[in-house]
Design a protein. Structure first.
Length: 207
């Protein structure tokens, strides 16, 4: 049985090759006709449809319910922007700049969520935290309160840096020096972000 099929394939290919060599028009013209028919059919019936609702079957009940809801309560569809780079800090800076830029077009984009911090939760944001996180936050604020109070009078970056330099010069070898040493990572990050804001165009982002 296998030899018969093999012999048939060999004979068919031999006949086809002879036909292509001896009578090429019999093979070329039908292909041209099929190409013209395919082009005409595509022009007439092939359409580009970018409606996302067509991705779901029209007979699905849940899709009918969704379309009815959209018709009754018009709302903007969700748009998600994914940002990726080798540095998470660059991602944060870019996302915050993009979010602030989109906020200027409130007639087009609504409910922009780009900064996952507690300030977006409003006055009751602390209620979203668990008890352990609240306790840790309270302890950190209590520990750094004397240090933070020293710089509350700073109105700009220059006055803040002047106060920090003054604190380092006048700090004694006991409590003040230890507080300043603990705050060095935060101060370093603040200065780094300030330099970055100077070199980048646009409104500076939050530290």
């Amino acid at each position: 049985m296998g030899n018969k099929i093999r012999n048939f394939v060999i004979k068919f290919l031999s006949w086809l090759s002879d036909l292509a060599c001896n009578k090429p028009k019999l093979l070329v013209f039908p292909q041209i006709v099929l190409m013209i028919v395919a082009i005409a059919y595509s022009v007439e019936f092939l359409k580009f449809n970018n409606n996302r609702n067509e991705l779901v079957g029209k007979n699905k009940k849940y899709h009918h319910n969704y379309l009815a809801y959209k018709a009754e309560f018009p709302n903007q569809d969700d748009i998600v922007v994914a940002v990726e780079s080798e540095n998470p800090e660059k991602n944060r800076l870019f996302v915050e700049k993009l979010g602030k830029a989109l906020e200027a077009y409130s007639d087009i984009f609504t409910n922009i969520f780009y900064k996952g911090d507690l300030t977006l939760m409003g006055k009751k944001a602390l209620m979203m935290l668990d008890e352990k996180t609240l306790t840790d936050l309270h302890n950190i604020l209590k520990e750094y309160k004397p240090f933070i109070n020293q710089f509350t009078s700073a109105t700009n970056l220059e006055s803040l840096l002047n106060q920090i330099n003054r604190q380092f010069r006048t700090a004694n070898a006991n409590t003040n020096a230890n507080d300043l040493v603990k705050a060095l990572p935060a101060i370093e990050r603040l200065i780094s972000l300030a330099l970055d804001a100077i070199n980048r165009p646009g409104v500076p982002v939050s530290p």
